[in-house]
Design a protein around this ligand. Structure first.
Ligand SMILES: O=CC(=O)O
Length: 339
């Protein structure tokens, strides 16, 4: 197809390509690419409604493009052209996209599963070990020139023999289970759907009920997507059902935990320590977490490696290519599998 071909497909790019430049160049060879001039949602809605993106069939979007467009919801889809058929999200979690609204607008949505599994599970293990070992206290003290601090950090705990409860046994949960086994942890999990018995056996993971998971875990790792059913799935009532002194690890989305309830549970000692990569109101972090030295905090860096960010971009771009070349997606989100 020549660049002047009026029938070339049109693609909307929301966000920047940082790594996978040659993959993106392969899209530009076969499609005309549009990018917004707007820098906030109000202007973006106006720009879209003015017809600036007319004819676009597929949109590539990044997590950070939320700053410009806000949530991909009904209001936004109403402003975007009717030609739009595909939203290709770069990320595993797609809570920034209202899938129901997309389905209602006959738009298919994809994410980047599996590409994120290793890196996210790796940071999960880092947070698990760091929270168990109470490392945040010593790390802050040494930077303040106080060596281990004026009051010695409490001794940590070993992972060996402890029960790791995994809430959400998708790709990241399974990856984390395999890695935690190497540290001698016993794995229990709860998931909407139970894994096949051969996968359970391979992971050495025991399926338990939700309440049992809360009651029996020494460490609880959140590895489930954020949606209307999982928002605040861990709140006051759930903390009360846990073993006193549990360690909480969250690499999923901040809002799967009621952050205010977590702060209370940390203050009361019900939760001994926490390792967090995600927060309810990013980039704001609850002051009760910031001020608590037993919380190991990472600013949403679960996939923050050259290799993984590249894989994610390549995966999302492969969805764009498939959308414009074949009218289908490589990895449509599960809610739309029947579409
Ligand atoms: O947070 C990272 C992702 O959803 O991929």
């Amino acid at each position: 197809m020549s660049p002047n071909d009026r029938n070339r497909p049109k693609v909307l790019r929301l966000g920047v390509i940082v790594h996978a430049h040659s993959a993106w160049a392969s899209v530009e060879e076969i499609a005309d690419v549009f990018t917004p001039k707007s820098t906030n949602r109000a202007d973006f809605l106006e720009e879209a409604a003015s017809g600036a993106f007319d004819g676009c069939v597929a949109a590539y979007r990044t997590f950070d493009s939320f700053e410009v467009t806000g949530k991909i919801d009904g209001e936004l889809l109403d402003a975007l052209p009717r030609s739009l058929r595909f939203v290709c999200h770069n990320g595993a979690g797609y809570d920034q996209v209202d899938v129901q609204a997309c389905t209602a607008h006959n738009i298919r949505v994809s994410n980047t599963p599996t590409a994120v599994d290793d890196a996210t599970a790796d940071i999960g293990i880092f947070l698990l070990l760091g929270a168990l070992r109470n490392l945040a206290v010593g790390m802050a003290a040494i930077r303040a020139g106080e060596w281990r601090g004026s009051t010695l950090p409490a001794l940590g705990h070993d992972p060996q023999g402890k029960v790791l409860g995994i809430l959400g046994m998708g790709g990241i949960g399974r990856n984390m289970a395999a890695k935690a086994r190497a540290f001698g942890m016993k794995i229990r999990y709860y998931n909407r759907t139970r894994l096949a018995s051969d996968i359970e056996a391979e992971l050495g993971a025991e399926y338990v009920g939700f309440d049992e998971l809360l009651a029996e875990s020494d460490v609880l790792s959140l590895n489930l997507p954020l949606n209307a059913n999982t928002r605040h799935i861990i709140s006051q009532g759930e903390f009360a059902k846990m073993k006193k002194g549990i360690v909480i690890v969250n690499t999923a989305r901040g809002a799967v935990i009621d952050e205010a309830a977590l702060v209370e549970a940390l203050d009361s000692g019900q939760v001994c320590s926490a390792g967090l990569d995600v927060y309810e109101q990013e980039p704001c972090v609850h002051p009760g977490l910031l001020s608590n030295p037993r919380v190991l905090l990472v600013p949403h860096m679960g996939t923050w490696t050259v290799e993984t960010e590249t894989k994610m971009e390549e995966w999302a771009i492969s969805n764009v290519r498939m959308a414009i070349e074949q009218g289908r997606l490589r990895s449509m989100v599960p809610e739309q599998r029947d579409m």
